[in-house]
Design a protein around this ligand. Structure first.
Ligand code: ATR
Length: 284
């Protein structure tokens, strides 16, 4: 194993590419994972100009890069760039993890859906199977996680979006997997769900999508795919309006990273201590 703790060998090189990327916690997360196995890993952040992903990936590979995470706004570009994609990336039409073959073919995968499912089911101990799930939003974030959520056997998944057409389009794309319905935010009046996931970008501007505050069934989990220095406005709002349990996207961030790490290093890291470290750093 060339990347085992051996000071005669250079560390193996990984990176996250995005724009912006300065805020990314991925280097910290991957370095903590690497420490668990005493692997020498150099994981960097690379800011890429819009339209510049193909060139950036080629240069990275030429300097010995072994694998990449791809974040906003390049997940669709990465999907198009990949020579081969996994079934889950194909379904999401988005790639967040790249590895390379010896012949420099680009292999694309998407670990976002597995990440959110692991966080909800194992870390938050909230089963998805048999539950009513509401996904708010119909952009790339929701599309990226829908397949694995549907494959976790929920009773029903409703996708509600401000622009109804986009939710209906996702319903069409994913209805072959399982019971899924697309609708507008107003159509949620009178409906209740066990798991309510905010997959909109509203939290970025401290806004809350205008869903009825009656959507929370007894015992409901409210989950924001976003995270920040403090609890998101959605998390605060949900806690005040009857959600029994709330979570932001830090757990998903760490779990999707763990899945990428396992693809590259063939080892499954422990996520609990890393999630705790990120939460503690934020509380400090
Ligand atoms: P991403 O890739 O992060 O999902 P996106 O594709 O631009 O970003 O999608 C953003 C999502 O957040 C969309 O579903 C958007 O709703 P519209 O399709 O109607 O634009 C949703 N969104 C953003 N701000 C919102 C707000 N203030 N209230 C409700 N939905 C919002």
């Amino acid at each position: 194993m060339s990347d085992l703790f051996d000071f005669d060998q250079p560390p193996s090189l990984y990176a996250v590419m995005g724009n912006p990327v300065a805020h990314s916690h991925s280097p910290q997360i991957h370095h903590m994972f690497a420490e668990q196995f005493q692997l020498r890993v150099d994981y960097r952040k690379i800011q890429v100009d819009l339209g510049g992903l193909p060139q950036a990936v080629t240069s990275f590979r030429a300097t010995g890069g072994q694998g990449l995470n791809i974040t906003l706004p390049f997940k669709l570009d990465a999907f198009r760039l990949a020579d081969e994609v996994s079934p889950r990336a194909l379904l999401a039409e988005a790639v967040n993890t790249i590895s390379f073959t010896d012949g420099d073919r680009i292999i694309g995968d998407n670990t976002d859906g597995a990440g959110i499912c692991r966080d909800i089911i194992f870390n938050l101990e909230c089963p998805i199977a048999g539950r009513r799930v509401l996904l708010v939003g119909a952009g790339g974030a929701v599309r990226g996680v829908l397949g694995p959520i549907l494959e976790a056997h929920p009773d029903l998944v409703v996708i509600a979006n401000r622009t109804v057409d986009k939710a209906v389009e996702l319903e069409r794309h994913f209805s072959s997997i399982r019971n899924v319905a697309g609708c507008g935010l107003d159509d949620l009046t009178g409906e209740q769900f066990d798991i309510i996931i905010n997959g909109t970008s509203a939290s970025v501007t401290d806004e809350i999508p205008s869903i009825p505050h009656t959507v929370f069934a007894p015992g409901a989990l409210a989950y924001d795919m976003m995270y920040g220095e403090r609890p998101t406005v959605f998390v605060d709002w949900a806690a005040r309006h009857g959600a029994s349990q709330t979570a932001d996207g830090i757990g998903m961030l760490v779990e999707q990273a763990a899945e990428s790490f396992a693809i590259w290093h063939d080892r499954t890291p422990q996520t609990g201590p890393v999630i705790a470290a990120l939460r503690n750093a934020r509380a400090a």
